[in-house]
Design a protein around this ligand. Structure first.
Ligand code: HEC
Length: 147
């Protein structure tokens, strides 16, 4: 009798183990998409549509106003173009090149936003006019970059 009981408990435990092992809870199958897993639009990157909104959300709070940090005011396009053209913008957000990592003392940008900034810089011709950087109107106004 005692042996049968132990056998029964054994079988029941095995069944529970097998059952749990095969169970997929909804949370396992549908993970909440993190910033790096949602689709990343790299085919229609524009300054006004893609890049400025990133700066507005993550940078302009410190880099604007009468005394912008690092002396960089990103509401002024020529100052964004300046750090884009000389490589500082990308080095700061990719935490490379010994620059102070940006955003300052916060989590880095997700890989999608870094990639979008990279694509914009790669595909923009920055022209130096006097001490300022300018780009053509065509580049500024909803320029679509084909991949
Ligand atoms: C919380 C405030 C804050 C935020 C947000 C912030 N910055 Fe900065 N940034 C600073 C400060 C402070 C400095 C000056 C650091 C130094 O020279 O010590 C700086 C300097 C820089 C520099 C010059 C780096 C150097 O080593 O000279 C770049 C480029 C820059 N920031 C880009 C960005 C970008 C791009 C973002 C948004 C993704 C951003 N920052 C967000 C505070 C901030």
């Amino acid at each position: 009798m005692r042996r049968n009981f132990i056998l029964l408990v054994g079988i029941a435990s095995a069944l529970i183990l097998i059952y749990n092992g095969c169970t997929h809870k909804p949370m396992d199958i549908i993970p909440f998409p993190g910033p790096d897993t949602i689709s990343c639009d790299t085919t229609s990157v524009t300054y006004p549509g893609t890049i400025y909104p990133i700066l507005e959300q993550y940078c302009i709070e410190c880099h604007s106003g009468p005394a912008p940090t690092g002396n960089l005011d990103y509401t002024d396009y020529s100052q964004v173009a300046y750090v884009a053209a000389n490589g500082m913008l990308l080095s700061a957000i990719k935490h490379e090149g010994g620059l102070v990592p940006m955003p300052f003392e916060r989590d880095p940008l997700d890989s999608c936003r870094i990639r979008q900034i990279e694509i914009w810089i790669r595909d923009t011709t920055f022209v130096r006019i006097g001490q300022e950087f300018e780009i053509t109107l065509e580049q500024l106004n909803n320029r679509t970059i084909e991949q």
